[in-house]
Design a protein. Sequence first.
Length: 327
Amino acid sequence: MSNTFGKIIKVHLFGASHDNVVGVVIEGIPAGINIIEDDFIEYINRRKGGSVGTTDRVEADNPKILTGIIDEYTTGLPITIVFENKNKNSIPYQLYKSWHRPGHADFTQKSKYGKYADIRGGGIASGRMTLPLMIAGVIASKCIPNVNAKAFIAHINGEKPDKIDWQKIRNEGDSLGGEIICILENIIAGIGEPFFDNIESYFSHLFFSIPGIKAVGFGDAWQTAFMRGSEYNDIFISNDGQTTTNHCGGIQGGITNGNAIVIHLIVRPPASIKKEQISLNFDTDELEKRKITGSHDLAFILRLPPIIEAVSLLAIADLYLYSKIYS
Ligand SMILES: Cc1cc2nc3c(=O)[nH]c(=O)nc-3n(C[C@H](O)[C@H](O)[C@H](O)COP(=O)(O)O)c2cc1C
């Protein structure tokens, strides 16, 4: 069981998709930081389902602050925030206890937790967990001055997002993945803890905790393999580390160099598709053809940009606070 992450800002996630709540405990946030609900609203709204290409499971997503914030200021004690899960239907998941969905985590969770596995709504392997994780990032971002994170969808299945015929994908009962790019600006040089907590490894650890992220690259990422040293090297032009190009994505030797951090993320297509699929029924040992029912995203990449921004801010804020103490 490993639901806790962080060096100075420690984030503990709890709950699962169809529990009464999902939530987060955040330790290490100093006293006196101003937190208002409006800080969360824009992120929550951008992450919500209900729009074209996303799930029809729409929750109110009202953050309930239980501890650690009084009259809009942090107290320095652990912050606890929960979100109620109200719009849920666990009935379809009875089937997935024996007929495990191809490509999803029903089988692996059952392999680990046996008959006690909570696979309702995907259990802990649900995009729902990214709601409290995202909020932790929003709060953490207040601990590092001026940094700005912006994530956008580079493509969905090779196409510009507005070129996708969602009705066609829905009619075909299928789903799509793609690529996100996230850029963090106003980063000072000198953040990152080589060897094991260098920027790339720390960020990747957090990104790969998000269900469905399949590859993480930095700077020119996959293109790097096709470049020569003479093309890839970034030339320094000022003594705060600014360079003419930014092929390395603002990271050298696992430490920020003062240029923007550039991250590429590959997002898979959702497993839960309406098209008929064959899977083994582990109770009967028979192969059965079935359709998956329930509420699912056609492309959860559409909901990911605010999550990626917040998770990036969490990673950089934690390493920034650490570097203030230990460098
Ligand atoms: C915001 C968000 C929403 C998601 N929605 C769905 C969904 O509706 N249906 C689905 O099959 N997977 C969805 N996923 C992905 C699954 O949670 C993920 O594929 C599953 O846990 C297996 O993990 P893996 O793909 O990393 O192996 C979503 C992920 C995120 C981050």
